[in-house]
Design a protein. Structure first.
Length: 312
């Protein structure tokens, strides 16, 4: 996918080294097509790492994408240089009058807080409300998926006795669903979280369907029945070494974490982990972009209508 990003963005050089097709503004405007307009609300503390991971997964179809990075104004990032945020990120106030084909909302390390205790919760609620009229399809990741299910449907989250960390096998429960097209019957995906949502609460809404789940890690992918909202409980975007870095970080903090499950060969942290989820991660994002964004969004974004009872 020729994804359009500024040449100054750190992800540019990384994508070039990986032979991934990215383009700058000059080349983009010479193509006589309308690019998909995607907004990414990045709630992760390591913003440069996360934006690079997501850009990599958005770069796997022939569609052209125009990306807008969003940040909350009610919470200031402590782990990303301020000049990076000023240069490449916009606030909700700056884009609230615009319309987008798709929106991705990332996870955030705030799971142990009640939703209402998160300092940017009200702003996030405003964004989720705005998305009903200004975004065609929204893709929620990890904590954001739990937040979206809670906001739109009242689905609660539950604290786990210990952190769910590792790479887990998942079952493809609805292979006929376009989001799951091309997925194996079982496939791997990383999880890294302290809370969970439960299948019985999701199904009780009558408005959601579970597309994939793990016997160990629980619910993984959820779709609204009208197929404009998607909730992914894990971190398919993670790089090979991300879980290992989190484990070492927690060890350094004296937290005595469990070794991430099924991540290191033989669960031995001295061995180099293998990435067993990359192909399905690319497939997940490309299926979302193709079947639920590109093929359904009006060419004229001003014709976007309220999602109505999709989320009620």
């Amino acid at each position: 996918m020729p994804i359009k990003i500024p040449q100054e963005l750190p992800a540019w050089e990384i994508m070039q080294k990986e032979n991934i097709f990215v383009m700058d503004e000059l080349r983009a405007v010479s193509q006589d097509i309308r690019p998909l307009r995607l907004a990414i609300l990045n709630l992760m503390p390591t913003k440069i790492t996360t934006e690079t991971q997501i850009i990599r997964l958005l770069s796997n179809t022939p569609l052209q994408i125009e990306m807008t990075l969003l940040m909350t104004s009610s919470h200031k990032s402590q782990n990303t240089p301020e000049e990076h945020m000023i240069s490449f990120y916009r606030t909700f106030e700056q884009v609230k009058d615009q319309k987008f084909d798709g929106l991705i909302i990332t996870g955030a390390p705030v799971e142990n807080l009640d939703f209402e205790q998160v300092d940017y919760w009200q702003e996030l609620c405003d964004i989720m409300l705005w998305s009903k009229t200004n975004v065609f399809s929204t893709f929620y990741i990890c904590w954001a998926a739990q937040a979206g299910l809670y906001y739109h449907y009242g689905v609660p989250k539950y604290k786990l006795d210990e952190k769910m960390s590792g790479v887990f096998a998942h079952r493809n429960l609805m292979p006929s669903h376009p989001l799951m097209r091309g997925f194996d019957e079982t496939f791997n995906a990383p999880h890294s979280r302290h809370t969970e949502v439960r299948a019985e609460d999701i199904l009780a809404t009558g408005k959601l369907e579970i597309l994939a789940a793990s016997d160990e890690a629980g619910v993984y992918i959820v779709s609204s029945k009208k197929r404009r909202l998607f909730y992914v409980m894990g971190h398919s975007e993670y790089d090979t070494e991300t879980l290992g870095k989190e484990y070492e970080r927690d060890m350094g903090r004296g937290m005595d974490p469990h070794v991430p499950s099924h991540y290191y060969p033989g669960d031995d942290p001295t061995k180099t982990p293998l990435n067993t989820w990359r192909a399905h991660a690319h497939l997940l994002f490309s299926n979302w972009l193709n079947y639920f964004v590109y093929q359904n969004t009006p060419y004229d974004l001003n014709k976007l209508k309220d999602m109505g009872d999709v989320t009620l």
